[in-house]
Design a protein around this ligand. Structure first.
Ligand code: HEC
Ligand code: HEC
Length: 221
């Protein structure tokens, strides 16, 4: 997880050096060089893709490269805008330096890009007993906002179905300790739930197939 810290540099000449030191450095260097070549060959309008600084971790299609990184594919566009602004404005702790540096002009294009990717997410290994218990806890505590088993969004809640298990658990812990802020009502739910319960709900969401929800489409329950 060497890329996950505040020392990750903005992509520039320095980024190539950093990528060399990453575990799969050769592939990254090659990609970097090819992108570099493309920058020279392409007309300026096409040279800088708004997601170029994101794809190492979130992929071109929004499918995350690491277990602790969220998939962004199919997340409603206005929620992606809100998340990026929360990082930029320091309302959400930016563990990743890149999140603070998203340019104003790029917020909307990045959100539009990832929102329109099919929300197909890789299957994960989950604990069936925890999934079963997590489903009950979900119905009791979370389903008002994370509707349709996390496939639909209500009251500005992000989609959680098929999200990376480690990421879900990390966020639940961050909500419980207050490291990441939530609206007051929801904060109380997290404070009162035991950590084991939050882990069980995370297994339940991670077990769901994500099926490209479309805003306005009839919700399945
Ligand atoms: C070095 C890897 C890395 C890079 C580069 C990176 N991210 Fe992230 N991103 C992460 C991780 C890890 C998290 C989870 C952060 C946390 O745990 O608080 C995250 C979280 C997010 C979230 C929150 C998603 C959610 O469901 O709440 C958004 C939105 C996001 N990143 C967008 C971007 C964009 C846009 C870029 C490019 C400008 C980018 N990221 C670059 C690793 C990265
Ligand atoms: C009253 C509505 C509401 C309820 C109830 C609720 N949530 Fe949420 N949830 C939200 C909102 C809003 C956010 C986005 C918070 C933010 O980033 O500002 C969120 C974010 C999350 C995230 C982070 C997703 C991401 O992509 O970063 C997880 C995980 C989560 N909720 C799990 C749960 C669980 C588990 C429960 C039940 C114990 C629950 N939520 C109950 C509204 C709710």
């Amino acid at each position: 997880m060497s890329r996950r810290d505040d020392t990750y540099p903005p992509p520039s000449a320095k980024a190539v050096t950093a990528r060399l030191e990453a575990p799969d450095g050769n592939r990254r260097l090659l990609t970097g060089l090819l992108c570099g070549a493309a920058l020279v060959l392409l007309p300026p309008a096409m040279a800088a893709s708004p997601i170029e600084n994101c794809i190492d971790c979130h992929g071109t299609d929004g499918v995350a490269a690491e277990d602790d990184t969220p998939h962004l594919n199919g997340q409603p566009e206005h929620l992606l805008v809100g998340m990026m602004n929360a990082f930029r404005e320091g309302r959400r702790p930016p563990k990743i330096l890149m999140h603070r540096e998203i340019r104003d002009a790029n917020v909307e294009p990045i959100a539009a890009h990832y929102a329109r990717q099919t929300a197909q997410r890789p299957r994960q290994t989950v604990n069936p007993e925890l999934v079963e218990r997590g489903e009950l806890l979900h119905w009791r505590h979370c389903a008002d906002c994370h509707m349709d088993s996390g496939r639909a969004s209500e009251k500005e809640a992000p989609l959680t179905a098929g999200q990376n298990l480690d990421y879900l658990i990390n966020q639940a812990r961050a909500f419980k300790t207050g490291a990441r802020a939530l609206p007051a009502m929801t904060e109380r739910i997290f404070r009162e739930l035991k950590e084991d319960d939050l882990v069980a709900i995370a297994h339940f969401y991670a077990a769901q197939a994500q099926l490209a929800p479309k805003e306005g489409r009839r919700r399945r329950r």
